[in-house]
Write a protein that binds this ligand. Sequence first.
Ligand code: BES
Ligand code: ZN
Length: 611
Amino acid sequence: MAPIDPHSTTDSSHPLATHISPSLYFDFPSSTILSSALLRLPGPHSGPISLDTRSLVITSVTDPVSATPLPFTLSPSDHIKGQTLTITLTHHSQFLVTFSTSPSSSALQWLSPPQTFNKTLPFVYTQCQSIHARSVFPCQDTPAARVCFSAKLNVPHQLHAVMAARHLERRAPMAGEAGGICDDLVWCGEGRVVEEFVMEQPVPPYLFAFAVGEIGWREVGPRTRVYSEAVSEVLDAAAREFAGTEDMIRVGERLFGPYDWERFDLLVLPPSFPYGGMENPRMVFLTPTVIKGDASGAQVVAHELAHSWTGNLITNKTNDHFWLNEGFTTYAERRIVEAVQGEDIAALNIGIGWKGLTEEMERFKDNMEFTKLKTNQEGVDPDDVYSRVPYEKGFQFIWRIEREIGRPAFDDFLKKYIATYKFQSIDTDMFINFLKVNVPGIENKIDLILWTEGTGIPPDAMEPVSNIYAAIVSLASEFKLGRMPREDEVADWHGQEWELYLENLPKSVEASQVSALDARYRLAESKDYEVKVAFLQLAISSRCKDYYSEVEKTLKEVGRMKYLRPLYTALTQGPGKEEEKIFAKRVFSEARDTYHPIAQGVVESILSKYL
Ligand code: BES
Ligand code: ZN
């Protein structure tokens, strides 16, 4: 009788649901979903069962066989975990919850027609990781619980629904199907259609995902389509950018074992999508900022693809072990990148990651808990402590093991690890035990406790070894002495080289140096947001006010938190920034409605920390 996850109400004495069937009626005018969810248990259960919810209005809980109501209570709201729905069962193996979402449900972004590309129809999509699935339907919202889904989405006929699941059919709504969600006349109203999906492989709730809008697609490979708002230019550009996806899937299969999810489709979301990518199974969600016209967006696809093995097949049991998802995936991503784009590009990515990791040490210098791999997130919102640490320190740990035992042995180890734990949720200790059993004596070579439980960067972590990497880092250090790179030195540079260069410059320089660099290389206008944002961050820290209008434009056109965080932080952190703080507050108040609720929350917490 104990909670199994610091972010969930799920109790060790309760059975875990094996199957959830949501029926969702999308009501765009009110930005709500009228819903029901049937939850099936592995067997009959008597006594209480607790589910996570947030911003849900619960109308009823019933026994679906007898249609009799079941007693339930809803706890007061916890600001991180939400509200616990406790239902009392009497030998029930399933129950039906009827409820509706609210406009503030944190997983959902509702875009009004003017906020879309085509400006004529609305759009809605989910982002459930880490703990937002509970704002779409009541569930045991812990990655320790794996469930299969069958879903019915009732949408206006001008729109299409996509899901991280297998599409079964698009058909007319049927009378009797509404099951108490709404009146049959509403469910079967004119111009409504039902799209049905199933996910037959058990997945953690954070991988539940859908989007509804005016959605089109292009074929890009034998098991890959790219979907986005139905705009020819966007679809064509995306199809070109991601043309190499099948090659990457094949590399993944060679390195990590069979691709178990049948399809690997890509959904390009509107610019407000808060992440670079999200590994929703069968259909990865992507920010449009990865479409740069030079196939470099493949790095994000490589990362999300890699999650098909590390994350979706083997999942962290709770967010305390998030590094198992992201550190392994960052390692796997770089192996795919190395195979398809070469060792130099992989080394640049390792170098950019290394710089990011050292910066996070600075960010968490007063809160060293979050420089550990295995963390304690009791009372902590995972969105607030999201950082590069699980990615890059996790990567460094896996890379360290590879160096110790050699690549061929490590590749065999990795395949065996994946085959052993697939479709399970594991924790750091399980991984360490598996490592010790399969690599006897490893604990005498690598300080496994220091790596997983210690703070900071262990001494045997390392920077990549590569000529291009070293040349760029040394050019960046010469900038401090007043030397700008020459045209011939940067002739072959693409986004990643510039990003690495900018990341390695001092935090702030003379405002005149910022303008001089931009006058020569036009970085503020870069189509590559990684470059543009790294440059704008330098401009803000150097108090080069000429670029503030570009900062404002950027903060208003994208909602990817990787860009919002550093820009809002640079504007508000540190003393004597009165003008910048007022500017940040104004821009946020004007841009807020265009951000996803998760991004709104993150920017609010940055502003409240420094204002
Ligand atoms: N799973 C993450 C995104 C995520 C993490 C969402 C935590 C919510 C909570 C995804 O796989 C990811 O890491 N995306 C990166 C891609 C990058 C590392 C190539 C991103 O969004 O920047
Ligand atoms: Zn990831």
